[in-house]
Design a protein around this ligand. Sequence first.
Ligand code: ATP
Ligand code: MG
Length: 371
Amino acid sequence: MHIRNPSTYHPPLMTTTVKPRILTGDTPTGRLHLGHWVGSVERRVALQDKYDCYFLLANMHAFTTRADKSADIRQDTIEIVKDWLAAGIDPNRSTIVLQTEIPAIAELTWFFAMLLSFNDVMGNPTLVHELETKGLADKYSFGFPMYTVGQCADILAFRPELIPVGEDQEPHIEMCRKAARKFNQLFCGIKSDAKDEDYPRLGGVFPIPRALIGRIGRLPGVGDGKQKMSKSLGNAIFLSDPEKEVQKKINKITTGRQSPTEPGDPNNILFKFVEAFITDSARVAELKDRYQRGDNIGDGHIKQELAVAINTLLEPMRARRAEFEKPGGDDLIIDIIRSGTARANVVAEETLHMAKQAMKLDFGKRSVRWT
Ligand code: ATP
Ligand code: MG
């Protein structure tokens, strides 16, 4: 076998995609909520034409916190795809990927686990925060911290340029970038002072992808707004919530303001929602001004206006979702997952083969086939 010298290593021919790639995804630990929309999904819908998009269902990662709920994870996986389609993701233009059926991801996870230090992983601030807020610190599975390494593999398996995510994902993306640089330096002979954007040109297997933070990087949850909106924390307004439920949940937002004439803080949690969902900027400015002056405008009134704006956004999504809620809808979704995952495996296997070549582990080439 021909052994390559890392300093002259050049990756084999890549799949010919005209468009640059995007990879991002969600964990099936519940349905999608408004935080997902403003943090990432809205961008995904908008970028489908310009980019070759891969949207990952991180079902393996759902097992890191709820291995006892496999039936729920399966159903949530299907429900998230319904939410994606309802939100405007088009499975003919974008590729829907089921993590557990992409073996290359599991293999790449091992490779990256050996390139990141213990402190890189355990010092990741989002992971530390999750261990605290989700009450996992005493009883978390060993697999839980591993999800952060697995996420490097999820991303890099598709060699994307961009990763549209919410703010909480920034430390994860940084870890991923670190893993990619380290791999390229160790196995492709790239110098440590190379610029991130030059890695592919210099022969790196992996590009150094960038996070694309959403319009609102961190939408708070309903309640006091201290935590981000999260499916695991019971503070979420779901994209599939009925109209009345939206108003009920909005009413749970608490600002501590006592009366319509009390001057209020136009940057409080209520206004985070106003800015995120009331699309008429002149109206937002007017509400802010009156709120700040305590000009006879109650929180209750603003909450009503807000619920109308959110319901206007969600109504077409509800209508599209209803199509998949008819009998046979789940089977249709499973077909979409299967065909996307088959396409995705071609790319992920190609990446894995390139990585193995660079690591001198290329003893043959294989493909993944559905039966
Ligand atoms: P879990 O509680 O199970 O972690 P989650 O609600 O945090 O679920 P994820 O599946 O972890 O959702 O996140 C999917 C994507 O949505 C990520 O890009 C994440 O940054 C983004 N996101 C999640 N919640 C918010 C939020 N409140 N504001 C902005 N973006 C968010
Ligand atoms: Mg999360």
